[in-house]
Design a protein around this ligand. Structure first.
Ligand SMILES: [Ca+2]
Ligand SMILES: [Ca+2]
Length: 228
């Protein structure tokens, strides 16, 4: 008699599988994907900005800063005029029968008059000692090689002993200033491009500009200016 084979083992009982409830996500499908993309874009922007801050400010920013400063210088002269009823008289001012070309170098004395710290040994023009340049920040030492001046973008104290001040633009250039000292209510337009377009005069008592990034006054495309 044949041997009876043992009974087969019972079928495998699957282990207990807990039922995980499905939690509905309140957010739109793909929300987390878009968030991650957003963070990635933000990170790229931050990294890019980091490369830009290494002494290399984008040219457009420098241009904008120089224009803002040209406008601030113009406004300070106009405020001086409003307060005293006369324009400041820099060193190059002539006989007042014609307009005056000046600048913001220390030797011209214009910045010193506007900041209200004239020497007691010369007749003071800013009698009340008002600081009309308080909106202009101190210049920064440039770390970029090849700059025309070590200082850029603000106010410089050239000689603390006699408080002679100058103002330089984003590239270290001195600002040019044209004053309506003949009282006609306008000045000749120095912008050759504007003159070519027929704009020979600027109806303002004072205008301010700088030679721009290339340091050349005659190339007007890059010259920041206080008018237009
Ligand atoms: Ca004039
Ligand atoms: Ca230029």
């Amino acid at each position: 008699m044949e041997e009876i084979p043992p009974a087969p083992p019972p079928p495998h009982t699957p282990a207990f599988q807990p039922v995980v409830p499905v939690v509905e996500n309140d957010n739109e499908p793909g929300y987390w994907n878009w968030t991650r993309i957003g963070f990635a874009v933000l990170l790229i922007v931050i990294l890019w900005a980091g490369t830009q801050s290494d002494g290399r400010i984008p040219p457009g920013v420098r241009q904008k800063e120089a224009r803002v400063m040209a406008v601030a210088i113009r406004d300070s002269v106009e405020q001086f005029l409003a307060d005293y009823g006369r324009l400041p008289v820099p060193e190059k001012a002539g006989n007042r029968e014609e307009d005056t070309d000046s600048d913001t170098s220390s030797i011209e004395g214009l910045a010193t008059i506007l900041i209200g710290t004239e020497s007691d040994t010369t007749p003071r023009q800013n009698l009340q000692g008002v600081d009309y340049l308080e909106g202009i920040k101190p210049a920064k030492l440039s770390e970029k090689a090849g700059m025309p001046h070590a200082w850029s973008n603000g106010l410089i104290i050239d000689d603390k002993g006699i408080n002679w001040y100058s103002i330089v633009d984003s590239w270290g250039n001195i600002f040019r200033v044209r004053l309506d000292t003949d009282g006609g209510g306008f000045v000749e337009n120095p912008d050759l491009n504007g003159v070519a377009d027929g704009l020979t005069k600027v109806k303002q008592r004072v205008i301010v500009w700088s030679p721009g990034e290339d340091g050349k006054e005659e190339t007007w495309t890059d010259n920041p200016k206080s008018w237009d």
